[in-house]
Design a binder for this molecule. Structure first.
Ligand code: FPP
Length: 241
């Protein structure tokens, strides 16, 4: 774990990076160009995290619903993910960023899976910042997969059904080693959570910003974090004196 100072800022920030398509359309360019511009922002925001006191950044790169996009867009995104891992691996390693992936990997192609596994292994000893990339991720799908594993443990006699409580399921989620997000940001003006970290965001603050993801720079990120710092979270309790 890093020794960053939080000073009221969020320790774990999750981001729904929306608006790449519109950003490209506004310029009369293909959607994939927007995704490429979005990948550049990923680099900038990841780099900014340690300075801004963010220990965990979780980003929604591809949802279980995104397969419904055109084949051209899906394969373009998959090749962008492969290229991102290949081109960023060394920088992430040197930056001290530990990378993890969440989501169902089974539907991803073998080459991408190998790159994901190797980036996780290569950065496993890093402690400065934690980047989690949600790829073929859906909150309901994650809960369904977790429940299946939990049911197997019950069937195998490893888990007593009467001992199940609200702390049991999180141990089976893809995010089992991560703290819950404190802040969830969605760019591009839509106020939806789109199946992202459903269980984990129970007490998160939400920030919906109008900026399209490819325009969401470090200054915009810092401004959202400052707004969070000025709010008080109560977790269902009462205001402290
Ligand atoms: C949503 O914008 C964005 C996505 C489905 C893809 C997110 C991917 C990136 C930011 C690219 C790079 C990521 C990594 C990890 C390298 P949209 O296409 O739905 O935008 P729209 O709502 O304007 O159409």
């Amino acid at each position: 774990m890093s020794g960053n100072s939080h000073e009221g800022g969020p320790r774990h920030v999750a981001v729904i990076m929306d608006g790449n398509g519109r950003w490209a359309q506004q310029r009369g360019r293909p959607r994939l160009l927007g995704h490429r511009a979005g990948a550049k922002r990923v680099r900038e925001i990841v780099e900014a995290c340690p300075d801004l006191g963010v220990d965990y950044l979780t980003i929604f790169a591809f949802s279980t619903e995104n397969w419904k996009r055109t084949q051209e867009e899906v394969s373009g995104l998959m090749s962008l993910f492969r290229r991102y891992i290949q081109s960023e691996a060394q920088t992430l390693l040197e930056q001290g960023t530990r990378v993890r992936f969440i989501g169902d990997r089974l539907r991803l192609d073998a080459k991408l899976r190998r790159l994901m596994d190797s980036l996780e292994a290569m950065t496993a000893h890093n402690t400065r910042c934690n980047l989690t990339i949600a790829l073929n991720y859906g909150g309901r799908d994650e809960v369904a997969r977790a429940t299946k594993r939990l049911a197997h443990d019950v069937a195998d006699g490893k888990l007593d059904p009467d001992a199940i409580c609200d702390e049991t399921l999180p141990r089976y989620l893809d995010t089992c080693v991560l703290p819950d997000p404190d802040l969830v940001i969605r760019t591009s003006g839509e106020a939806r959570i789109s199946n992202f970290l459903l269980w984990q965001s129970a007490y998160a603050e939400y920030e919906f910003v109008d900026t399209l993801w490819p325009d969401f720079d470090r200054a915009a990120f810092a401004a959202v974090l400052r707004r969070y710092g000025s709010r008080e979270r109560r977790f269902g309790g009462v205001l402290s004196a």
